[in-house]
Structure formats: structure tokens, C-alpha cells
Write a protein that binds this ligand. Structure first.
Ligand code: IPM
Ligand code: MN
Length: 368
């Protein structure tokens, strides 16, 4: 039996509920492939602030760096909204991403056929959509300096800095081109080059590396147009690569193609490190009620198998389990819309259904 150690940071709100499901499914799938997953669970975000007065501690960061693989739930909540910027739960997440150096955030947008009717967008528009958003995660306006608030003639003002260097753009660009080679062979780079200097640098840098990928078709799109095109005709996209802020916004918009933000997993990678988190937030309004959709967290654990553990079979097993639960018509509240042959269920029921599928596979495959 191979042994693997990972860090789990369940965090705030619905984070602990969905992470618990994801860990159980992950362990079950890996054990089928002779791998034992040991989990070091640590406080993070608002929960960590309550205990240590900071959303993440150096010790926690060091353990994450040492173990290389982190599964995260969600951070944030109204009780921490008034804290200073560096104490907010979100600051812990940004620090973790930066310290781990996970500069490429992969957000796959896949429309499960079973959910094509659950989106607010017309079924024929979204059916068959399969986009990979590659979002730059450790640069841009999220981290640029200077950033400060001051006052001019009695009028307070604030400054953020959107900065991109060629090397920052090109390393994430290469992730997108490499990914496109394994998919539809197309990259769309999204920027605001008609207005922003940092976007003109972005476009130029992408064009330079494109020469190394003559087999990949490159296009450029302005971010405002892209926001519209995602809704108008999402099937036109294969891999999309963009900066930190644009990727944040476009991925929330794109999540609606899948029926719910509750379906979207993400993988953040860089060097040997991988950070896996659902795109949805902490949803404090439904936290602790057992109604949260754990599927994005579960799908994130599949990405963890794929990118960090290099266990593609386990990843597929988890993804199959998600699909089979949907096929059988089980839906959490975010997806449920009274459609025929569907049943409204809670988080724990989804967990049981997923584990049934995964362990059923264990016995059916191992008894061959
Ligand atoms: C996301 C989130 C984060 C971000 C927040 C919580 C800091 O919205 O992962 O998309 O803006 O990156
Ligand atoms: Mn976001």
C-alpha cells in the first residue's frame, strides 16, 4: 500500500461540510488503487483567525509547503468583514496561493448533460460546453504594489496596481498551451489590450510563446466581449487564459453554464505544489444546515488525484461517481428545480450515494 500525506483546510461556512465529503470519497477512490491517503487537518481563514488572531499562521503555511498537496474548503463570512485587510479570511487564501507559488489556476467548465436544464441559460446554448479557464493566480491587481488608501484635498482615494511581467504571463501561458494540446488544440487569451498597459504586455508575451506551439490555434479576445461571448456561445471556447481579476470574474459567469456555482472545481498548480478548492465561497447563509452541494469539492479532489497524485484512474472514478449520482436524479437545493425524475437531497445523502458508487466499483473491479 502506497502512503500519501495531504493537508486539508476545511475553512469557514460550508467549507467543513463539503471538505468532509470530498475527503471520504478521495480516500475511498485512492484505496482502490492501493494508496492510503493520510490527512493533516488544519484551521484556516476565519476559523484560524478565531484561534490564532490571523487567517493563516507561518506554521500552517510551512506544513502546506512541506506536504505540497492541499485540499481547501472555503473561506470568509460576514462576522469577519470588518477586520483589517490583512486579518480577513481572504488574505489567508491569497497568502497561501502566493507562498505555494501556485500561479496557474485551472477551472474546468463542463456541462453535465443531466444538468443542462438546471441552468438559467437555454439548454441548446450550453449543451456540450467544455471550457478550461486558466487563470493567472499569483500576480496582477491582486498582488501589485503600491496599494494604499490616502486623501487628496479632503477627498479619500485608494490605489491598486495591476502589474504583469513577461515571465509571469509566459509561464501561465505555457500551461494553457500545453493543456490545449491535450484537448481541442485552441487557446483564447483574454485581456483588455485596447485600454490597459498591463494587457498589452500580456498579449505581446503570449504572442511570443505562441511560436513554440505552432500546432495550437491562438486567438485574442477583449474581456468585455468575452463576458458576452461566454453567455452567447460558450461552445466556441476550448482553453481560455487570462489574468487574475479577469479570470475571477469570467469563471463565476461561466459557472452558471453548468447549472450552479456549486459544481465548479479548481486546481491551482505551480512547481511541485497543488492547491485544490471549489470555486464557490463559504455560503454562510446555508452553513451548518446539511444542504450544501459537495460536488465541487469532490470534483476538486478528483483534480488532486489527476494533477498532484498522478492517479488518473482514481480521478476518473470520482468523476464517474459524480456523474452517476446526477444521472440517478439526485440534486442538492442549488440544482433542484422540480424537474421530473429528480429528488432533492442533502449533503450527507450525496456523500452516501457517492461512496456507494465508489465502493461498488471497488468490489466489482477487485472481484474480477
Ligand atoms: C475565488 C475567490 C477568491 C478570489 C476570494 C475568496 C479571495 O473569489 O477563488 O475565485 O477572488 O480569488
Ligand atoms: Mn471568485
Amino acid at each position: 500500500m502506497k502512503k500519501i500525506e495531504i493537508v486539508a483546510l476545511p475553512g469557514d461556512g460550508i467549507g467543513p461540510e463539503v471538505t468532509e465529503v470530498a475527503l471520504k470519497v478521495l480516500k475511498a477512490a485512492c484505496s482502490h488503487y492501493d494508496t492510503e491517503v493520510n490527512v493533516i487537518e488544519l484551521p484556516f481563514g476565519g476559523t484560524c483567525y478565531e484561534e490564532f488572531g490571523s487567517p493563516v499562521t507561518d506554521e500552517i503555511l510551512n506544513i502546506c509547503k512541506e506536504k505540497h498537496v492541499v485540499l481547501l474548503g472555503a473561506v470568509g463570512g460576514p462576522q469577519w468583514d470588518d477586520l483589517s485587510a490583512d486579518k480577513r479570511p481572504e488574505a489567508g487564501l491569497l497568502k497561501l496561493r502566493k507562498e505555494l507559488g501556485v500561479f496557474a489556476n485551472l477551472r474546468p467548465i463542463q456541462v453535465y448533460p443531466e444538468l443542462a436544464g438546471a441552468s438559467t441559460i437555454k439548454q441548446e446554448v450550453i449543451e456540450g460546453t467544455d471550457i478550461l479557464i486558466v487563470r493567472e493566480l499569483t500576480g496582477g491587481v491582486y498582488f501589485g504594489e503600491p496599494r494604499f488608501t490616502s486623501e487628496e484635498n479632503g477627498d479619500p482615494f485608494s490605489v491598486d496596481t495591476m502589474k504583469y511581467s513577461r515571465s509571469e504571463v509566459q509561464r501561465v501561458g505555457r500551461v494553457a498551451f500545453e493543456a490545449a494540446r491535450l484537448r481541442g488544440g485552441r487557446v483564447c487569451s483574454v485581456d483588455k489590450a485596447n485600454v490597459l498597459e498591463s494587457s498589452r504586455m500580456w498579449r505581446k508575451s503570449i504572442l511570443e510563446i505562441a511560436e513554440d506551439y505552432p500546432d495550437v490555434e491562438l486567438s485574442h479576445m477583449l474581456v468585455d466581449n468575452c463576458a458576452m461571448q461566454i453567455i452567447r456561445d460558450p461552445k466556441q471556447f476550448d482553453v481560455m487564459v487570462t489574468g487574475n481579476l479577469f479570470g475571477d470574474i469570467l469563471s463565476d459567469a461561466a459557472s452558471m453554464l453548468t447549472g450552479s456555482l456549486g459544481m465548479l472545481p479548481s486546481a491551482s498548480i505551480g512547481g511541485d505544489n497543488g492547491l485544490y478548492e471549489p470555486v464557490h465561497g463559504s455560503a454562510p447563509d446555508i452553513a451548518g444546515q446539511g444542504v450544501a452541494n459537495p460536488l465541487a469539492a469532490v470534483a476538486s479532489s478528483a483534480l488532486l488525484c489527476r494533477y498532484s497524485l498522478k492517479m488518473e484512474d482514481a480521478a476518473l472514478m470520482i468523476e464517474d461517481a459524480i456523474q452517476s449520482v446526477l444521472q440517478k436524479g439526485f440534486r442538492t437545493g442549488d440544482l433542484y428545480n422540480d424537474a421530473p425524475d429528480t429528488t432533492l437531497v442533502g449533503t450527507k445523502e450525496i456523500e452516501k450515494l457517492l461512496l456507494d458508487v465508489v465502493t461498488e466499483k471497488v468490489s466489482s473491479i477487485s472481484s474480477r
